[in-house]
Design a protein around this ligand. Structure first.
Ligand SMILES: Nc1ncnc2c1ncn2[C@@H]1O[C@H](COP(=O)(O)OP(=O)(O)O)[C@@H](O)[C@H]1O
Ligand SMILES: [Mg+2]
Length: 248
């Protein structure tokens, strides 16, 4: 299958510590790829390298046929095409839900206010939050805020979504409403690269799962293989630990 994103030998160090260590990875169009691995294995850093929040020091990242690592890349333009959602929703607290969704469209001049509001309301409808368009973030539950954060990212019509532990800050009873939304986006063909602690969700939704260990992809394969018959001892031990913690 044709890859939307391709990483070749990608490496990054903080000082002397190599946190991303020679990663090769293809993300096919319309596929869902999950990164799993212990805390500190480099999952977030890898996502941040993809949308230009971190600089890659080695190797190459291409996106839709274009090299997006290295100098001279317009990261602002790129971030409209590579959407990212974080654990800590990061909504603007002083703006209504509607304004949180329209602000990027308006500041980038993508469209006028009327069209921006129409698009925002349609997107809020899609995430089940249209009736909260006039509310402020602190009037919403964590799950609702995260759904608004996803709407705000999706409104820019990105070609890929990077989701970094987007349910980790939520109370357990709110996790499902966010996962249901991600599942819908996957069904609609959205290309996604995600990290999550929700292993049964990763197993269900992913076309491909990569187990990161010390900044490398130690094992990758279809979800059924990596979860059902992990080959590497480190993957087996990680999955035993998450199972013991009730996350599988
Ligand atoms: N800004 C930073 N400066 C120095 N070290 C960092 C920075 N960000 C992350 N790290 C280190 O990089 C490693 C990978 O971190 P991270 O990508 O956050 O892992 P994960 O998301 O898998 O928990 C960790 O050892 C972390 O301490
Ligand atoms: Mg992380």
């Amino acid at each position: 299958m044709d890859a939307l994103i391709e990483l070749k030998g990608v490496g990054k160090a903080y000082g002397h510590v190599r946190v991303i260590d020679g990663i090769d990875l293809d993300i096919p169009r319309h596929s869902v790829v999950s990164l799993i691995g212990a805390s500190g294995s480099g999952k977030s850093t890898l996502l941040r390298c993809l949308n230009g929040l971190e600089e890659v020091q080695e190797g190459e990242i291409s996106f839709d046929g274009e090299v997006i690592s290295g100098p001279g890349v317009d990261h602002v333009a790129l971030r409209r095409r590579i959407g990212m959602v974080f654990q800590s929703y990061n909504l603007f607290p002083h703006m209504s839900v509607l304004r949180n969704c329209t602000v990027a469209l308006l500041t980038t001049g993508a469209c006028g206010r009327r069209e921006a509001e129409e698009r925002a309301l349609a997107m809020l409808e899609r995430v089940g939050m249209r009736d909260k368009a006039g509310s402020f973030p602190d009037q919403l539950s964590g799950g609702q805020q995260q759904r608004v954060a996803i709407a705000r990212t999706m409104i820019m019509q990105p070609q890929v979504l990077l989701l970094d532990e987007i349910t980790s800050a939520l109370d357990p009873e709110l996790v499902m409403e966010v996962l249901d939304l991600v599942r819908d986006l996957a069904k609609q063909g959205m290309t996604m690269l995600l990290t999550t602690h929700e292993m049964s969700f990763a197993r269900e939704i992913s076309d491909k799962v990569c187990f990161l260990y010390g900044g490398r992809i130690l094992e990758e394969g279809p979800a059924e293989q990596v979860f059902g018959a992990p080959r590497e001892a480190a993957t087996q031990s990680f999955l035993r630990r998450v199972t013991a913690a009730g996350r599988l």
